[in-house]
Design a protein around this ligand. Structure first.
Ligand SMILES: *Cc1c(COP(=O)(O)O)cnc(C)c1O
Length: 359
């Protein structure tokens, strides 16, 4: 990491680590001792600060509340041993962050601040990386508008934060999906490919409707024809149909998942036939009815590989042959899991190991 960037560091007087249960941290409610905070004003990002995690005081006019000019990222830190914590494909998170910022008119922080800041935080809060198998330290970088002004314009001030949260295993069970005839997630030319805060707000109502019908999440279809599969709430989607691994092609409406890319790279490496293309929902229904739908799984940082046990569309439900992770899903899961923790070779150089003290 570049050494010319300095972080202004203020440490907590007393760590909270002894008051928490890292074996059972839940998801997203518990935060480590420190956070990174960087302000943007007068046209530039200022000196990055690492300081105690805590409240920030803002005014109600803060424009991010009103216009959602805000983007985020999500990645994880993995315990390897008392001196080593791993990060996974973190450079990809930075690249995507820059693209999201561009779409939302937010000036991105420099690569050194993003990557170096995360490493520094991990060094300082390494004791918050859970040791329990399956548990990890979730890392949430985000940038948002910070003008105390309610005019609907791009802001002149911004704030970038990184907060970290010890979390337990996210999904342990298979999920049930339903398509929606009425609602869509993203349109061509919209912000579907950006990790923009507002995308989530817009998805909550249809997701709630799906839950009322007994499904876990919506399987989004394209906005134009309501025919082609896009992705799931927080995950990209894969199908194994008659021995071929298929996933929707990225065409500007789908979030370019890093787990999605890792799955594609591994499948190519293993010489599994792969197709990135448009997938008609009818094709999936027919494959399910004729017994050719072998596996269906979602991919994302949180769950890695989440098996899908049912897909409902227009009154018809199909069930893949494998209701839990099937052989391909399981092999992908195990391989990614083990690479993330340096338990097997890392053929693509995906891991960055952070050396931490053993204090
Ligand atoms: C973050 C996200 C994903 C998964 O991306 P990963 O990089 O694999 O975590 C998929 N879909 C949406 C909408 C997302 O926000």
């Amino acid at each position: 990491m570049s050494t010319d960037i300095t972080f202004d560091i203020t440490k907590v007087a007393q760590s909270r680590i002894d008051q928490v249960d890292l074996d059972d941290p839940g998801f997203g409610r518990l935060f480590s001792d420190h956070m990174l905070e960087v302000s943007y004003n007068e046209g530039e990002w200022q000196q990055p600060k690492i300081k105690p995690y805590g409240t920030i005081e803002v005014v109600p006019a803060l424009n991010v509340f009103h216009y959602a000019q805000s983007v985020f990222e999500g990645t994880k830190a993995y315990y390897v041993d008392d001196e080593t914590v791993n990060l996974f494909r973190i450079g990809q998170n930075y690249e995507r962050f820059v693209q999201s910022c561009k779409r939302m008119c937010i000036p991105p922080v420099d690569r050194e601040v993003f990557l170096g800041g995360i490493e520094k935080l991990i060094e300082i809060d390494h004791r918050w990386v859970p040791r329990k198998e399956g548990n990890v330290l979730y890392i949430r970088p985000f940038a948002c508008a910070f003008d105390p002004v309610i005019s609907a314009n791009p802001a002149e001030e911004y704030r970038f934060f990184v907060i970290t949260s010890p979390v337990g295993s996210y999904y342990n069970k298979s999920v049930k999906l339903t398509t929606s005839k009425r609602y869509v997630r993203a349109v061509k030319g919209g912000v579907g490919a950006a990790k923009a805060a507002g995308n989530y707000a817009a998805s909550f109502y249809p997701a709630r409707k799906a839950q009322e019908m007994g499904y876990d999440q919506v399987l989004w279809l394209d906005a134009h024809e309501h025919t082609y599969i896009e992705e799931v709430g927080t995950m990209n989607i894969f199908f194994i149909i008659d021995g071929v691994l298929v996933t929707p092609k990225l065409q500007g409406t789908i979030l370019p998942g890093i787990t999605r890319d890792s799955v594609l790279r591994l499948a190519n490496h293993w010489e599994i036939p792969v197709e990135e293309r448009r997938i008609n929902i009818e094709e999936v229904i027919e494959a399910g009815q004729s017994g050719k739908l072998e596996e269906v799984f979602g991919t994302g940082t949180a769950a890695v590989i989440a098996p899908v046990e049912e897909i409902h569309h227009d009154g018809i439900s199909v069930i893949p042959k494998e209701k839990d992770r099937g052989p391909v899903g399981q092999k992908l899961y195990d391989t990614i899991y083990d690479i993330q923790r340096s338990r097997i070779e890392d053929p693509f150089n995906w891991v960055r190991s952070v050396q931490v003290g053993n204090s």
